[in-house]
Write a protein that binds this ligand. Structure first.
Ligand code: GLU
Length: 489
């Protein structure tokens, strides 16, 4: 099919659940290029209906990270536009209105099953090794039964009524037709008992109301697409075109994960990657870019991508997020800078005034001559802090248990809100649970992060160093030690 170049409207719809993810930038880039090439509009919509996973600072971090990369949107929560609001939490009344339409045309129904009942069914299904599915208990309640439950104020969710027979087929623009048998499509909850929509309902209603022509998203959403296509049918709407992009992968081909790679864009920015290198690298993922088209170099700018990108050239084999390649590319961009521009980059990141002055405040009372500044603060500037076991291993501990505990520290820090008292409390709680004294616990972290048993105050140092780089350092320490241990075996 040739794509009509009229009224192309695309979107990304990130959920603000944490740090901005490299995958969001990758999908954002492809949507952005596609919109620019077709004279269309690129929308940024914030899907913040999952209140349990909501992180207040996340939205602004997403905006900052995308702008840092040069990915600009035409419509969105902060820039407005004719189809707003662009934050789903501000559209609750719209979803209620639309779910009523489905109830009225009998393509959705109220479900009064309690969480306990649903859990019991799920357990049975797991035990019987059948995929978990809603058994349809409330599908055929009579009107009287429903009215009675509502009269008694029994909490309810609203589910879509997936036809029992048959199948749903949709076209993926990169893969061709994909068919899902309705046996395998669950009666998805569309609205939760708190009146908030689920992703599926809000996503379809918004894509329709925002007149999205092409849904370009990661392939992990393929299995949700039959539900979406059914919802379009239930509403009597035309579905957009669907393009599912290959997932970024770790070196071992598993789905990219923070256990194996830093996935936060905040990390790459703070660790001194240039936006030009990062966007170029993302452009190499999956193909479709000038390198393949022109047989030219692998280096290209965003502008060149806009000119040459071809979405149909995307390769479906999972592109590997290869840090070695990214570092090489970044080095190329750094070398191409004039000395003045290079210095300016240093001053914007690892030697920024704000960073230096925060570090200075930490050591003012701890040095006797200014020239000692570097002795105490080297770990803030060096990316190669790898303490030996003599330094990091507590006296009465074995290597294996120590690495396992460091892994627990990593998990706790990942989940922690980044302020000193929250981190301190979370680490102490972990230590208590695992039988590690406060001293052992904090000394281990100190040596891992600073390379030494003597350092400026740990928690304050971590605040300055930042969450993304702290986690990365801890992760690399654990990886490196595990590799060393494996070599010794
Ligand atoms: N909110 C979804 C996400 O976090 C959007 C997926 C989609 O593009 O439909 O990725």
């Amino acid at each position: 099919m040739t794509i009509s170049t009229e009224n192309i409207r695309v979107r990304i719809a990130p959920s603000p659940t944490g740090d901005p993810h490299v995958g969001t930038a990758y999908i954002g880039l492809i949507n952005f290029l596609y919109a620019r090439q077709h004279g269309g509009k690129f929308v940024l919509r914030i899907e913040d209906t999952d209140r349990a996973r909501f992180v207040a600072t996340s939205e602004q971090m997403i905006f900052d990270a995308l702008r840092w990369l040069g990915i600009e949107w035409d419509e969105g929560p902060d820039v407005g536009g004719p189809f707003g609001p662009y934050r789903q939490s501000e559209r609750a009344a719209i979803y209620r209105e639309y779910v009523e339409k489905l109830l009225a045309n009998d393509t959705a129904y109220r479900c009064f099953c309690t969480p306990e009942e649903l859990e019991a069914v799920r357990r049975q299904q797991m035990a019987a090794k059948v995929p978990p599915r809603y058994p349809g208990t409330c599908r055929n309640l009579t009107n009287d039964q429903i009215q009675l439950k509502l009269f008694e104020s029994t909490p309810c969710t609203i589910r879509m009524k997936v036809p029992v027979e048959g199948s749903t087929t949709f076209r993926d623009e990169l893969r061709g037709e994909i068919t899902f048998n309705h046996n395998n499509v669950d009666d998805q909850v569309l609205m939760k008992s708190d009146g908030f929509p689920t992703y599926h309902l809000a996503n379809v209603v918004d894509d329709h109301l925002m007149q999205i022509s092409d849904v370009i998203r990661a392939e992990e959403w393929i299995s949700s697409t039959p539900k979406h296509v059914l919802l379009y049918q239930f509403f009597g709407w035309d579905a957009p075109r669907f393009w599912h992009m290959p997932l970024l992968r770790n070196q071992d081909k598993s789905k990219i994960s923070k256990r194996k790679n830093p996935v936060s864009l905040v990390y790459y920015r703070q660790a001194g990657f240039l936006p030009e290198a990062m966007i170029n690298f993302l452009g190499l993922m999956g193909g479709g870019m000038p390198a393949e088209i022109n047989n030219a170099s692998e280096k290209f700018t965003l502008q060149e991508m806009i000119e040459h990108f071809n979405i149909r050239n995307i390769r479906l084999g999972g592109p590997v997020f290869d840090l070695t390649k990214l570092r090489w590319l970044n080095g190329e961009y750094l070398r191409a800078l004039t000395p003045e521009a290079f210095y300016a980059e240093l001053r914007k990141s690892v030697l920024a005034d704000e960073y230096l002055s925060a570090i200075a405040a930490l050591v003012q009372t701890r040095i006797e001559t200014l020239s000692e500044f570097g002795n105490l603060t080297g770990f803030f500037f060096s990316d190669n802090v790898l303490p030996s076991p003599e330094v990091f291993l507590p006296k009465k501990r074995m290597l294996e248990e120590t690495l396992a505990f460091a892994g627990e520290q990593l998990t706790v820090l990942e989940a922690a809100e980044w302020n000193a008292s929250a981190i301190e409390a979370a680490l102490k709680q972990l230590g208590e649970q695992q039988g590690w004294s406060v001293k052992e616990n904090f000394m281990l972290l100190r040596t891992i992060l600073t390379g030494s048993q003597m350092s400026p105050p740990l928690l304050e140092s971590m605040m300055i160093f930042g969450k993304a780089r702290t986690l990365d350092r801890l992760r690399r320490f654990i990886d490196a030690q595990k590799k060393l241990a494996a070599q010794k075996k």
